[in-house]
Ligand binder design. Structure first.
Ligand code: WT7
Length: 656
């Protein structure tokens, strides 16, 4: 189906009706919305019974904007709700993870009982290394089971994990370690990518040259490569963890004990340490996993195809699924490790029933052709999910038809690192769906679309998405920077949480997300700020000024386009153009991450600026997306942008 056909189809206002067959067995029934509306706070208190409490809370919500406390006088241990309870209640032999390696044929099966032993050993090892309650532990690991053992062991001790995506550079790792003063790092010597080992430990060693307070590094041996070693500081996992007792008596902590920090890009060059606390977060990830993914723990096999380095991995690989006691697939590799049919092999082999991924991956799989999934038995699938960016109707329809056999409901789940868990999504079987729409807020969640003045827009109108009531898994703030927390999220529309997303309500009142309205870009579902990339570019000795925009891209949603002025003379720059551009792309990649590598760099003698000296990013975005230029009258020199537009056409773009 083409975009135009989908548009026409939507014009006729056709949604996919609720799925009756599915609904008959669904965890969520239509009355759920009204049940929650009657008393949302009480409804959430009921949901908190999904956790295993050491002492039950007698309070539910204490709210003093922007600070929420949920279930504050209750006590619990997060890892007990995820692991111990299943063993204790007789589910120890159920598989928690089918771990599938990058290399075909290599796998591990981990039952809840085995998971419990491993978490306890890891917790005992961390104690030996000196980790205590409240300490921050950086986790810089590939997608291997030890990453999950580590996260659960850290929270078992009441310590705080800060998982840094293993694709981040040494510099990015160092700044995150320093920002939250992590004293411990857990890592691996390397990771596998399409069969090839790629080292990780060197980045840790480099990062730690500027982090003198890190006292211990625990290293999983994953590859055969040699690694640098600092005696006294570095410890092999197999030396320290494997000899530990597999018994560990968990302590109970207060419900508001900080649990983890996850860095994410804001609108400035410095990523924000979004932190989450224990019981509110766990309650909402468990509840949303139960209702949105409709999990049946005895029979489902769930696969959240994300990395533990992002919030999706935290909420829907680790905490939500484990509290629900489900069986999952955890996959180390890339979608084409071992061939472009790898995903379909995994799904058919493990009889995956619930698949959750990002639109950018769906578009990549789509490019590889529908013949590949068609040649596998995907009949085990019963529910599909998507997250990370607005999904274009064409990708949604492809997913529905070619992966879901027009049978599986699709849940388009809108949420953020800050929200901790899903806030907006259809409920499978009971909410009608439309290709590209997140449809509505979940039970117990209240959102609105407002105009510039904060007034709610009518059906058929667009504006900004806000959340109007506190929710259990909301971030408790930015690590070390409470003022920035208030300013960023709570000041734009007084009394409401401003998500940073544009949205519209269609004529039926259903919700569509339209992408960021700030300087945050969304590259393959990864958040990066324009300033962060500009900062990296300006850090290169040859660069005078840089302006970065996110331009729409068929596969990655948005791609980075950078406009750069050099310190060199025009002639020198002209001579060496291709080399300079490549060097700058590499520079950004190694300063931040390969994710941040600009798709295109335009060297220009000048940047378009307003009379007050601000770079006109809006115009540059128009240029980058080949749109006709709007109003240029506020520019100091309107000819600059026409010149840049000319340069765009003459420069061949450099793509990987
Ligand atoms: C931003 C949050 C939530 C886990 C992954 C990303 C965009 C997320 C959707 C969706 C449209 C979406 C928003 C949001 N986004 N899900 N279903 N439809 N946009 O987490 O890195 O914190 O990014 O991702 O723009 O603000 P994140």
């Amino acid at each position: 189906m083409t975009e135009a056909k989908i548009e026409a189809w939507l014009e006729e206002d056709r949604a996919f009706a609720p799925h009756e067959e599915f609904a008959a067995q669904a965890n969520a029934q239509p009355s759920i919305y009204a049940d929650a509306d009657r008393d949302p706070v009480a409804w959430w208190r009921q949901q908190a019974n999904r956790l295993t409490w050491a002492s039950e809370p007698t309070t539910t919500l204490e709210w003093e904007l922007p600070n929420a406390r949920w279930f504050a006088d209750g006590t619990l241990n997060a890892s007990v709700s995820c692991v111990d309870v299943h063993v204790k209640e007789g589910r120890g032999s159920r598989v928690a993870f089918h771990w599938v390696a990058d290399a075909e044929g290599e796998s591990r099966t981990i039952t809840y009982h085995e998971l419990s032993r491993q978490v306890n050993r890891t917790a005992n090892a961390l104690i030996e290394l000196g980790v205590t309650k409240g300490d921050r532990v950086a986790v810089y690991m590939p997608m291997i089971p030890e990453a999950i053992f580590t996260m659960l062991a850290v929270v078992r001790l009441g310590a705080i994990h800060s998982v840094v995506f293993a694709g981040f550079s040494a510099e990015a790792l160092a700044s995150r370690i320093l920002d939250s003063d992590c004293r411990f790092v857990v890592t691996a010597d390397g990771a596998f990518r399409r069969g090839a080992p790629s080292p990780l430990k060197p980045a840790v060693d480099e990062a730690l040259t500027s982090c003198p307070d890190v006292s211990a590094v625990l290293v999983v041996k994953r590859t055969d490569g040699d690694v640098g070693w600092v005696e006294g500081r570095d410890h092999w996992w197999h030396d320290v963890v494997e000899r530990q007792s597999d018994v560990h008596e968990p302590e109970a902590f207060g419900a508001e004990t900080p649990m983890f920090i996850m860095y994410t890009s804001g609108t400035t060059a410095k990523p924000k340490g979004i932190f989450h606390t224990t019981a509110g977060y766990l309650t909402q990830v468990a509840t949303t996993y139960h209702y949105v993914f409709d999990v049946k723990p005895e029979t489902d096999v769930c696969w959240t195809a994300a990395d533990i380095g992002w919030i999706t991995g935290h909420s829907y690989i680790v905490y939500g699924p484990l509290i629900n006691g489900v069986t999952q697939v955890m996959y180390e590799g890339l979608p084409d490790s071992g061939g472009r049919d790898r995903w379909w092999k995994i799904i058919s082999e493990h009889r995956v029933s619930i698949l959750y991924t990002a639109p950018t991956t769906i578009r990549t799989l789509m490019k590889w052709g529908h013949q590949l999934p068609a040649s596998f038995d995907l009949s085990s699938l019963r529910l599909l999910g998507t997250v990370g960016e607005p999904i274009n109707p064409e990708a949604w329809m492809w997913y529905r038809k070619n992966i879901g056999a027009n049978r599986c409901p699709i849940v388009d789940t809108w949420w953020q690192t800050e929200t901790g868990a899903i806030l907006c999504s259809p409920l499978p079987g009971i909410t009608a769906t439309k290709p590209g729409a997140a449809m509505r807020a979940l039970p117990g969640i209240y959102v609105a679309v407002v105009d510039n003045d904060g007034n709610e827009v009518g059906h058929g109108e667009g504006g900004y998405l806000v959340v109007t009531h506190p929710w259990p898994s909301m971030t408790r703030g930015i690590w070390g920077d409470p003022d920035r927390f208030f300013d960023t999220y709570w000041s734009r529309f007084p009394g409401k949480y401003f998500a940073g997303d544009g949205a519209k309500l269609d004529p039926d009142g259903d919700l569509w997300l339209l992408g960021r309205v700030d300087d945050v870009m969304n590259i393959s579902g990864h958040r990066l700020s324009t300033t962060e990339v500009e900062h990296a570019l300006v850090g290169h000795h040859a660069v005078a000024e840089a302006a970065v925009v996110g331009a729409s891209d068929d596969t990655t949603g948005q791609a980075i386009v950078a406009f750069v002025t050099l310190k060199l003379s025009a002639e020198d720059a002209e001579k060496d153009q291709a080399r300079i551009i490549e060097e700058l792309r590499q520079h950004v990649s190694s300063t931040i991450s390969p994710i941040a590598k600009p798709r295109q760099i335009i060297l220009t003698p000048d940047l378009p600026k307003t009379r007050s000296g601000k770079i006109m990013r809006r115009l540059l975005r128009d240029v980058a997306e080949n749109r006709s230029l709007g109003d240029v009258t506020t520019l100091t020199d309107p000819t600059v942008v026409n010149m840049i537009a000319g340069l765009m056409e003459t420069h061949a773009s450099s793509e990987d």
